[in-house]
Design a protein around this ligand. Sequence first.
Ligand SMILES: Nc1nc2c(c(=O)[nH]1)N[C@H]1C(S)=C(S)[C@@H](COP(=O)(O)O)O[C@H]1N2
Ligand SMILES: [Mo]
Length: 510
Amino acid sequence: MRSRAPRALAGALTALVGLAVAQLLARLLSTKDGPVEAVGTWIIRHPPGHLTERAIKAVGHADKPILVTGVVIVVTVVVGVLAAGAPRVWVWAGMAVLAVVAALAVVAQPGTAGWRLVPIAAGFVTWIVVLPALLDALPPDSTARNAGFGGREGATRRGFLVRVGVVAALGAIAALGSRYAGGGRRQVEQARAALQLPGVTQPTVPAGADLGVDGQPGWLTSTTDFYRIDTALLAPAVDPATWRLRIHGMVDHPMELSLDELLARELTEDWLTLCCVSNTVGGDLIGNAWWSGVRIAPLLAEAGIHPDADGVLQTSSDGWTCLTPVEALTDDRNAMLAVAMNGAPLPVEHGFPVRMVVPGLYGYVSATKWLVDLEVTRFDKAEGYWTPLGWSAKGPIKLGSRVDTPGYGDTAKLDGEGRVVIAGTAWHQHTGIKAVEVSVDGGPWTAAELATEPTIDSWVQWRVAMELESGLHNARVRATGADGEVQTGAVADPAPDGATGWDKHTFEVA
Ligand SMILES: Nc1nc2c(c(=O)[nH]1)N[C@H]1C(S)=C(S)[C@@H](COP(=O)(O)O)O[C@H]1N2
Ligand SMILES: [Mo]
């Protein structure tokens, strides 16, 4: 009996540390509940749980904390009891059952992505590593039924307690971390859900902009499909209530704006195709959304920008910076402090509550997310985050085009007349597209049909239908800008200022 107490302690501690690790990971990876809350929620939603629910109603509004505490206690007791005296295989089986229950509860939640099982796997691995490590620090136990599970000749009580202390400390750090990591983000998600953005309208794809070709991404990129690029390991959770934007530097009247003060200004809305400088030829680090926000030009005028300033250095709440030419922020284009994307407040990953978007410039020199500071300055005095790392100080988006369908190596789809449909996208933000041409199997350039280009700041879809014999073929595409520039076929890497070359797809005709 005497030897069972330390074993039970080892089991209980193991249970808690594994739970803490799983919860921490869940909060780092998502805004949704961790496995413990998922199991709690699952219990109330299922028939036997109705009893629990009634019990909870009697207790008051604290249902979640009570359920969470209940789940933690049950898991701790189960693992503690198993570790105290069950045969080794039962210990592993019991832990596996608990992990499977958690996985089922998580999967039962709406919109579950596979990686939401990662925290559970991590918690389970923690269990199977920590428990033997603790039991191994105990003297061999000939009375317990799981004798031989861990246990070492010459082990001392002190050695065991040291391990217990280390594991408990690590568990406490994980538990505190999971509270901290989750809390801020969840609060901000709630504030985001409650945020009213008067004047923000829903996107309606302009007539004729989307050719609706089978296999081609939509002209409007949905927020969930929109690429995400940033240096943040964890998207910063910025509280809209305390958010401030400073405008300072080479200005006569430095300003500081709250979100309400920003939203009190005139709103502008526009289609804008955002593109990453790292996008390779044919790549998908490009997307087209409906942005709503406040134009930057009037704000800079109000601040009294000095005539010799030529750049605005932006800083995000996590300290990322970029430098944008004043000209791009003050000419006729809709360079804006965006508050909404596709008719809804910016998702946290895309810069909530305020980010910049500037038509015609790559994201790394213009599209600061979680924006908190605008410093009016000069290119000979300041530089953005990526410039000393080998990227060009200025980054106008290059004329580009892409084949979307047939997909690389796919079997081509045919139209009603048996012709192969080749379709794609072309862009030259803030210049516009005049023509797109396609060359099949290295043959002559053939003009493609262009969809409506609602604004010169958005991409444009194109399509051609061709009669081709069965077998392997390839199609290359090149665009011509509204200014007459013909897209170069010279191949260049993304660094330092954007890739060039013609996208080429090889495909099969059946
Ligand atoms: N704060 C911050 N903003 C940032 C970045 C970043 O790393 N941190 N990356 C930029 C880059 S390189 C691009 S391409 C765009 C991408 O915006 P998205 O993630 O909303 O598509 O954000 C820009 N804004
Ligand atoms: Mo980028």
